[in-house]
Design a protein around this ligand. Structure first.
Ligand SMILES: [Zn+2]
Length: 264
């Protein structure tokens, strides 16, 4: 037996003979310390592990899964909620599958008066309106929350067209959004179509401008059928009205007024 190990055994034997309770306490401490360094065991009830990606914070991850960040910190035994790192696995209680946090929680635009996009920010070819309808709710602060897009009213089942050519990066249900389609376009532009009656495209599919991608519905948190449309530039929500061609879709009241003018 190596000398160091032999000496250790002798010391432990001496300690045990002189003060057995102190040795017991020491062993108990080792046991507890050993447990604390292990990863949290997967809880028996439902949930998934989320792998932290660049740009994600515990707050944004919580928002995506509809959980308080403090609760996430508690479940995952994080002493400092600010100290999560890329690649870390976090347990998300109650979740059925891993969600794209970056897509669900766009970086806050913090714009009260949105700035007009630079010419270079606009897509090469003009984008088109996904549906024709009145604007029920505009982009911007809505009470204590921020409305990341515009709501365009239309009848249930109205075809929704892609505002530009692009790739489908999400087509599924999402809490609050109902049936949701997200398209990625050139130049860091992303368009989001929510509350759909049905999605007609699948993730990975490439679509052309004007392709029907979904139908207007009232799934998710809504009071009636409409399309919630978001346009994001580098994952920051922008006012869609600054990107969409003007004079196409006006406020419902404007359209009524225009019709009256024409018929009168
Ligand atoms: Zn909306």
């Amino acid at each position: 037996m190596p000398i160091r190990q032999t000496l250790g055994k002798i010391r432990l034997a001496k300690l045990a003979s002189r003060c057995p309770y102190r040795l017991l306490g020491l062993m108990l401490f080792w046991h507890i310390a050993g447990c604390a360094t292990q990863a949290p065991p997967p809880p028996a009830k439902g949930g998934v592990y989320h792998t932290v990606k660049p740009g994600e914070t515990l707050y944004r991850i919580g928002r995506a899964y509809d959980l308080n960040y403090a609760e996430l910190a508690r479940v995952n035994r994080l002493r400092d909620p600010n100290q999560i790192h890329v690649g870390q696995k976090l347990f998300i209680p109650g979740a059925a599958r891993q969600l794209p946090v970056e897509i669900i929680t766009p970086t806050d635009s913090n714009v009260t008066i949105p700035s007009v996009p630079k010419f270079s920010d606009l897509p090469d070819n003009a984008i088109i309106w996904p549906i024709v309808g009145g604007i029920n709710s505009r982009f911007g602060r809505r009470g204590a929350t921020f409305h990341d897009g515009i709501d365009i009213s239309a009848q249930e089942g109205t075809p929704i067209r892609a505002i530009d050519k692009g790739e489908v990066i999400y087509s599924d249900q999402l809490r609050g959004y109902g049936n949701l389609v997200i398209l990625r376009h050139a130049g860091g532009l992303v368009s989001v179509y929510a509350h759909n009656q049905v999605n007609l495209v699948a993730a990975g599919q490439v679509v052309a401008q004007g392709d029907t991608i979904a139908k207007v519905g009232s799934t998710g948190r809504v009071t009636g059928p409409h399309l919630h449309l978001e346009i994001r530039k580098n994952n920051v929500a922008q006012d869609p009205l600054l990107y969409l061609p003007q004079l196409c879709c006006r406020e419902s009241s404007d359209i009524v007024d225009a019709e009256r003018l024409i018929t009168e």
